[in-house]
Design a protein around this ligand. Structure first.
Ligand code: ATP
Ligand code: MG
Length: 424
């Protein structure tokens, strides 16, 4: 019998995992600086949370969800995104009763039944933020800048911020009608998918990648020319707060989010080195979402970043975010008695946060030294019967080749003198 991981999933193995740990570490640190707190919601939710009522016509909800019945017959869905769960949790736990705004972030796996390809998987990972219960355009700019500052932490600077406003309940319907009329007039030119979208989700036609659709779309009416006064003002305020931070953006009226609950700001960060799947993170305002989930008029804004795409972006630019780290000391042992003593010393050193290792395969001294080399050990020491009897051993600096005679009982002290833990 041979087993494979399911299509579209990945094992994250060492040393690759160190990049993930580093990304998570930097994320926790930076997001806390911005006063966002981590939230962890379940990996699965009741399907209705994502499939609310009628009119939900995103690709995700229609075709990409991992949905199944549990043993009690309830319909369960592996979460395809984080925002709905965060808002569900905010409402369920009555967080709105506390001081506002609420600023959350999350890191974790998401699941979408998509065609696997570069930068597109069926289990992938997002880190995301949600700022809830404030409609301040400064918060839109904060969210966008937070994502950008995160990329900068990893040395990524070469990307484009695309910015748009998708309007609101009062101005978007009028725009949608105009768009529908325009698309209907040009229906013959559109791909089959977009022909269907005209009635159900005309905004989505705007970001269709199909070439003949693109040719039609470039002459389509622009949402930015149909915003109401309030949306205009919000949009220009977001821009002026971004200007304050010297963050450059490209106004892109074709950047849309398909659903009704999205309002005002929409944005995407694109890395053109990534090819077809070039969006590293995207997000926007969803002032109508809490209404849909829990009948409460509470605004929100957020983004989600694909960690796999961030890694691809780093790879494309040959940016290495983690250095291979060796161990501090490898203890080579000769004989059973020495192994027990080495095992005891290991414990003492590890309690003091020294990275240490011994042999677990009963190998010869030569093979043990090879392991030490492979582990990139900074120091090695050999302990045998003689060393035990004399309470003394030779410690060797593997880089310089320098050796010193030390008392075995002083090993911890000697290591402290040699390895600067402050640097770690
Ligand atoms: P795309 O247009 O690339 O499908 P999306 O609009 O579906 O993206 P969002 O739902 O906004 O993406 O998710 C935010 C981010 O999550 C994306 O910008 C991307 O970095 C990442 N992402 C989305 N779907 C996948 C996937 N199947 N595999 C890997 N990363 C993904
Ligand atoms: Mg998608």
């Amino acid at each position: 019998m041979k087993f494979n991981a399911p299509r579209g999933t990945n094992d994250i193995l060492p040393p690759e995992i160190e990049k993930w740990q580093y990304i998570e570490e930097i994320t926790h640190k930076l997001f806390k600086n911005y006063n966002y707190q981590e939230i962890r919601t379940p990996i699965f939710e009741y399907t209705e949370l994502f499939q609310r009522g009628i009119g939900e016509v995103t690709d995700i909800v229609e075709k990409e969800m991992y949905t199944f019945e549990d043993k009690s017959g309830r319909s369960i869905t592996l979460r395809p995104e984080g925002t709905a769960s965060v808002i569900r949790s905010f409402l369920e736990n009555k967080i709105y009763g506390q001081a506002q705004p609420t600023k959350y972030y999350y890191i974790g796996p998401m699941f979408r039944y998509e065609r696997p390809q570069s930068g597109r998987f069926r289990q992938f990972h997002q880190l995301g933020v949600e700022a809830i219960a404030s409609n301040d355009p400064a918060l839109d700019a904060e969210i966008i800048s937070l994502g950008i500052r995160l990329l900068e932490k990893f040395g990524l600077e070469d990307f484009e911020l695309h910015l748009n406003s998708v309007g609101c309940k009062s101005c978007r319907p009028k725009y949608m009608e105009k768009l529908k009329t325009f698309l209907t007039k040009n229906k013959a030119e559109l791909c089959d998918k977009c022909k269907e979208r005209i009635e159900r989700n005309p905004l989505r036609v705007l970001d269709c990648k199909n070439q003949s659709c693109q040719a039609v779309i470039k002459d389509a009416p622009k949402i930015t020319e149909h915003l109401c006064e309030e949306c205009e003002l919000h949009f220009s305020e977001v821009q002026s707060f971004l200007d304050v931070l010297n963050i450059e953006y490209i106004i892109n009226p074709l950047l849309v989010r398909g659903l009704d609950y999205y309002t005002h700001t929409a944005f995407e960060i694109k890395d053109n080195a990534l090819g077809a799947q070039n969006t590293v993170f995207g997000g926007g305002r969803y002032n109508g979402l809490a209404e849909e989930i829990g009948n409460r008029d509470i605004p929100g804004i957020g983004f989600a970043l694909g960690i796999e795409r961030l890694l691809l972006s780093l790879q494309a630019k040959e940016i290495n975010i983690v250095e291979a780290e060796g161990i501090d000391l490898y203890i080579t042992v000769i004989g059973e008695k020495a192994k027990k003593e080495a095992f005891r010393l290991l414990d003492i050193l590890r309690k003091e946060e020294f990275k240490t290792e011994i042999d677990y395969l009963d190998r010869s001294v030569g093979s043990q030294m090879k392991s030490a080399d492979r582990m990139n050990a900074e120091y090695t020491i050999i302990i045998g019967e003689n060393e035990l009897n004399n309470n003394s051993a030779t410690i060797r600096n593997m880089k310089s080749g320098n050796e010193a005679e030390i008392k075995l009982s002083n090993l911890l002290k000697e290591m402290k003198q040699r390895v600067d833990k402050g640097e770690k």
